[in-house]
Design a protein around this ligand. Structure first.
Ligand code: AP5
Ligand code: MG
Length: 206
């Protein structure tokens, strides 16, 4: 299955993608994770992407489209993919239609006022990339899964979060109408317990 997770920053795309991709046996491809890894390795793509990400802006379409096209041509995508964070503009969606059109698009919906708390409170494990929220970590300073160090993403600072939400509404939200028009949109309430969101996503795909 070729599947897309759409939704605003903090909707729970990454949280849900781990379980859903292993259930469907397709690779989880997050363009945000790919850029963060490129930044860590100081590649030319990483250096270019960093200035946009730090400002809460989108990396230019040409850069992202080329990166995703190359990734989807790899052998592990033969039976499909779960794309998290791509496409994010109509131009990206139109490009994807030409090289690997999705079968379904899951839109995880959460109101803006909840997203700010989710993002400011998010902590990510430097070792296993597990994602947590400070409200669930209590006194724990290390990853509860693997013991790795937890860090806060550079773009999870309040000023950058507000830019990311604006960019989402202006440039990415139009994709909801785009995919509804193609008859492939599944709308999921993301303001529920993670295990319920997971079940609702699977039911919507049956
Ligand atoms: P990216 O990494 O994709 O970030 P994003 O889309 O802003 O989404 P997030 O990763 O912040 O949120 P998420 O939905 O994955 O939520 P999560 O599961 O972590 O992109 C980063 C940047 O890269 C972009 O700003 C852009 O610059 C660039 N970029 C990437 N793709 C691009 C593209 N296609 N084009 C151009 N530029 C691109 O959960 C968040 C928090 O909520 C966590 O603390 C979690 O524990 C908690 N949580 C999750 N589910 C629940 C729940 N059900 N109830 C309560 N809390 C929950
Ligand atoms: Mg994510």
């Amino acid at each position: 299955m070729k599947l897309i997770f759409l939704g605003p920053p903090g909707a729970g795309k990454g949280t849900q993608a781990t379980g859903v991709s292993s259930h469907l046996r397709v690779p989880h491809i997050s363009t945000g994770d790919m850029f963060r890894s490129a930044i860590k390795n100081q590649t030319p793509t990483g250096l270019e992407a960093k200035r946009y990400m730090d400002a809460g802006q989108l990396v230019p379409d040409s850069v992202v489209i080329a990166m995703v096209k190359e990734r989807l041509a790899m052998p592990d995508c033969e039976n499909g993919y779960l794309l998290d964070g791509f496409p994010r503009t109509v131009e990206q969606a139109e490009a994807l239609e030409k090289f690997a059109a999705p079968d379904a698009v899951v839109d995880i919906e959460v109101p803006d006022e909840m997203l700010v708390d989710r993002l400011t409170g998010r902590r990510v494990c430097a070792t296993c990339s597990g994602t947590f929220h400070i409200s669930k970590l209590a006194e724990e300073k290390l990853c509860p899964v693997c013991g790795g160090e937890l860090y806060q993403r550079d773009d999870d600072k309040p000023a950058t979060i507000s830019n990311r939400l604006n960019v989402y509404h202006e440039q990415t939200a139009p994709l909801i109408g785009y995919y509804a028009g193609l008859g492939r949109l599944k709308r999921i309430d993301g303001n529920a317990r993670p295990e319920d969101v997971f079940q609702n996503i699977l039911s919507s795909l049956e």
